[in-house]
Ligand binder design. Structure first.
Ligand code: HEM
Length: 130
């Protein structure tokens, strides 16, 4: 499958199954790695609901089915983050978990390089303080 001859990032990371593994791993890392303790503490004890929401969001963001916007009618995630103090330290924790999840799930160095800047940029976009 392709879009105008270009392979979608969604396909490069292994479609739905690949994305689910990455998101599961992302929250496992957030849950266990002490370097992500600040952002872990912002989340509830049960990570299952947010796991599903991030999966839905990233599905559309990577060029796959736009599950989050279909469900919520929006792709705006800044509002959902407003109650949380997200500065550059918290952004970097989030990016660290995502980079590690991509490595752990065997995503190629080429695909990781392709995604690295967009991932940083969307995480920085969510930041709501220095
Ligand atoms: C930059 C650091 C970030 C922090 C600290 C953070 C933290 C959080 C927290 C605490 C929640 C609420 C969880 C709950 O309801 O229990 C949340 C929700 C959410 N986050 Fe983030 N987040 C960050 C970045 C991102 C990024 C970059 C994305 C997307 C690529 C994202 C996607 C989402 C989504 C989809 C939700 C659910 C929104 C909804 O309720 O509809 N977050 N985030």
């Amino acid at each position: 499958m392709s879009d105008g001859g270009q392979v979608l990032p969604y396909e490069l990371i292994g479609g739905e199954a690949g994305l689910r593994r990455i998101v599961d791993r992302f929250y496992e890392i957030m849950d266990r790695d002490p370097r992500a303790a600040t952002i872990r503490s912002m989340h509830g004890a049960d990570l299952a609901p947010i796991r599903e929401k991030l999966f839905e969001f990233l599905s559309g963001w990577l060029g796959g089915p736009p599950l989050y916007s279909q469900r919520t009618g929006s792709i705006c995630i800044t509002h959902a983050h407003q109650p949380f103090a997200i500065g550059s330290a918290e952004r970097d924790q989030w990016v660290m978990c995502m980079r590690q999840a991509l490595i752990d799930e065997g995503i190629s160095a080429e695909t990781r390089e392709l995604l690295d800047q967009p991932i940083f940029m969307i995480a920085d976009f969510v930041r709501n303080r220095d």
